[in-house]
Design a binder for this molecule. Structure first.
Ligand SMILES: *Cc1c(COP(=O)(O)O)cnc(C)c1O
Length: 362
């Protein structure tokens, strides 16, 4: 069978390393001589135990996760954390939210179900095109945590500096920048993300939680399955986890290690993003929609300023093997997601196509 791959700029589920997909294909029918695929094996088997243990260890190595943090592989995606976090952390029933996009807004709205969620800063006044100054925010004295979405997938902004939480616990959704660059895990109470953006297949979230935040003291009525402690005590095997997804993520962790780790990924990602942003800054047809200093390395939104021309671009790009460049339905225009697994050549092909399109349409 002839295999033909496109350059996939989808925001998520998104491109995965070809090497990883090939390896998974080779192991599909018979995983390392056990005569079955990972999809068919017991999550209590020794084979799977090795898969999940190695995945966790490799993630710990990549992110230099301190020993007093637990790594949980959970279901329900990033969205389920929007509820799980207040249910587990809102001891005073107060939390502060910085709203920099749709995902932060959804988390903020969900938290309102469980207590007093304060919107202490927002960039909604300018269509979330920047990150507000977070150096001296009105942090609530009794806030159980301060919440951010660190990379705004839809709008293409990223915090370049973490907010000053004035000693409060920082909770961060890193779904779309997970493993894109080194982070200091010790600065966070919880750092979590859905894996379908930059790591693996859809349907799982990895939540890295400081040990002392995992307690039985959760909001009354919190379901067993939504209590962090349930999963921490059971090593993410309280119920049947998303076994295949854990296996795939584990392969991506090994690929990242082989590539040289997160320092190298950061360099690669900066180089890719620079190519595209430099072109956007010089183009007479296309322009980026985000304040320069807050630009994401992962999600790059851009427009021509003409809806019909945007649509024409997306259509012709697709015909040229550059897929999923349509912007989010709430913002329009275009968006190129250039995650870890997008090769430099993919961005080169995109920029070459944009140049050609500009010549033909200006
Ligand atoms: C995609 C995304 C989510 C939602 O993820 P699900 O796994 O679909 O729930 C949440 N936060 C951010 C930043 C995202 O990019």
């Amino acid at each position: 069978m002839k295999v033909s791959r496109v350059y996939n700029f989808s925001a998520g589920p998104a491109v995965l390393p070809e090497e990883v997909l090939k390896e998974a294909a080779e192991e599909m029918l018979d995983y390392r001589g056990c005569g079955m695929s990972v999809m068919e094996m017991s999550h209590r088997s020794q084979m799977f135990d090795q898969i999940i243990q190695e995945a966790e260890q490799d993630l710990r190595d990549l992110m230099h996760i301190p020993d007093n943090y637990r790594v949980l592989f959970l279901q329900g995606g990033a969205s389920q954390q929007f509820a799980m976090i207040p249910m587990n952390l809102m001891k005073n029933r107060v939390a502060d939210y910085i709203v920099t996009g749709q995902w932060a807004k959804k988390a903020y709205q969900e938290a309102q179900k469980y207590g007093k969620a304060n919107k202490i800063a927002s960039s909604e006044d300018k269509t979330f095109s920047y990150i507000p100054d977070c150096s001296d925010l009105p942090i609530s004295p009794d806030a159980d945590y301060v919440y951010i979405c660190e990379n705004n997938t839809i709008y293409g902004t990223k915090y370049k500096k973490l907010p000053n939480t004035k000693g409060k616990i920082l909770v961060s959704d890193v779904s779309s920048c997970f493993l894109s660059e080194p982070v200091d895990v010790s600065k966070y109470g919880i750092i979590y993300g859905g894996v379908q953006k930059n790591i693996g297949p859809a349907g799982m979230v990895i939540s890295i939680i400081r040990e002392d935040l995992i307690t039985e003291d959760v909001l009354e009525g919190t379901p067993t399955m939504l209590t962090f402690k349930t999963h921490a005590d059971a090593g993410s095997l309280y119920n049947t986890p998303n076994c295949y997804c854990i296996y795939m993520c584990g392969k991506v962790f090994k690929w990242l290690k082989k590539m040289g780790g997160l320092e190298v990924m950061k360099e690669r990602n900066e180089k890719k993003a620079k190519l595209l942003y430099d072109y956007l800054d010089s183009s007479k047809l296309f322009h980026g929609t985000v304040v320069k200093e807050d630009r994401s390395l992962m999600n790059v939104p851009f427009v021509t300023g003409d809806k019909d021309l945007d649509a024409k671009f997306v259509k012709e790009a697709k015909a040229a093997g550059l897929e999923n460049l349509k912007g989010h339905r709430t913002v329009g225009g275009m968006r190129a997601s250039i995650y870890n697994a997008m090769p430099y050549e993919g961005v080169e092909a995109l920029v070459a196509f944009m140049k050609k399109f500009e010549e033909e349409n200006l």
